[in-house]
Design a protein around this ligand. Structure first.
Ligand code: PTJ
Length: 243
């Protein structure tokens, strides 16, 4: 239905894909709204990975590589957009993959776990308990999974769980196109990039960085600088467009 020569072909195909997954119940209806917000910020980034985002993605790899118990948290949008990329990142980082949902139902958890498994991920599943101090269902996680993690990667998140995980002493890596969001500002490190562009950069760096490079990147980590660079990137593009 979508003509290949449409100037917004990729964006339209992605929207259709997410709408299909929403009809299946994997993506929540609210997830479609979240995607639209992401698209607006991506427009301001020129829909490409900035130099600053590349460095933050490499730093994310360094955090995963130096972690003793890294966990990748997956929600409906991330599974629909990037299940094979999550499976690959798991292989090169050794992280656990655990489903954690805001709009949580047993059916959605099962569907998302099985989508990840068919993409090649080994999903850490089993009985989840209400372990995080949150009044909504993102509180559910596994005692030996996210609850015990020292580093948690949270693509496309809303801010309160990020704050809670950080307050528990965990290092939180967010992937979020919005450098102003609560998540971006509460995370230990934010990769301001589209999730399907960010994950391969993180995975490549997991494979290629030396231990020394990982140590240097972690020592230099300053999330405020990464966020400022992302805001400046957007500001420059906006000013250029308005000139
Ligand atoms: O599957 P569930 O039930 O766990 O629900 C997941 C959603 C996404 C609905 C839930 O986490 C949510 O409401 O998220 P928010 O609060 O809308 O935050 C999502 C953030 O991700 C926003 O800051 C968006 O700008 C950003 N975002 C959206 N799409 C992308 C993105 N960031 C990176 N890549 C994207 N493709």
């Amino acid at each position: 239905m979508i003509p290949r020569d449409h100037p917004r072909y990729t964006s339209l195909v992605t929207r259709e894909h997410l709408a299909d997954y929403a009809r299946l119940g994997i993506v929540s209806w609210e997830g479609l709204i979240a995607h639209g917000r992401g698209e607006a910020f991506d427009y301001l980034l020129g829909e490409k990975t900035s130099e600053s985002a590349r460095r933050s993605a490499q730093t994310a790899a360094a955090l995963l590589r130096t972690a003793s118990h890294p966990v990748i948290s997956v929600n409906g949008n991330t599974a629909a957009l990037a299940a094979p990329l999550i499976a690959h990142l798991q292989k090169v980082s050794g992280a656990l993959v655990e489903v954690n949902l805001f709009h949580r139902t047993p059916d959605r958890v099962r569907q998302i776990e099985s989508l990840l498994q068919s993409a090649g991920a080994a999903v850490f599943s089993g009985e989840a308990e209400r372990l995080l101090p949150l009044s909504h269902d993102r509180a559910f996680c596994r005692r030996d999974g996210m609850y015990a993690a020292d580093v948690v990667l949270v693509p496309l998140e809303d801010g309160d769980r990020c704050g809670v995980l950080a307050a528990m002493g965990k290092k939180v890596i967010a992937i979020d196109l919005n450098p102003l969001s609560r998540t971006s500002n509460m995370a230990t490190l934010t990769v301001v990039d589209e999730v399907t562009r960010a994950l391969p950069v993180i995975a490549d760096a997991c494979s290629s960085l030396t231990d020394e490079e990982c140590g240097d990147l972690v020592a230099k980590l300053d999330n405020k600088v990464f966020l400022k660079e992302a805001r400046n990137e957007m500001k420059a593009r906006l000013c250029h467009a308005l000139d």
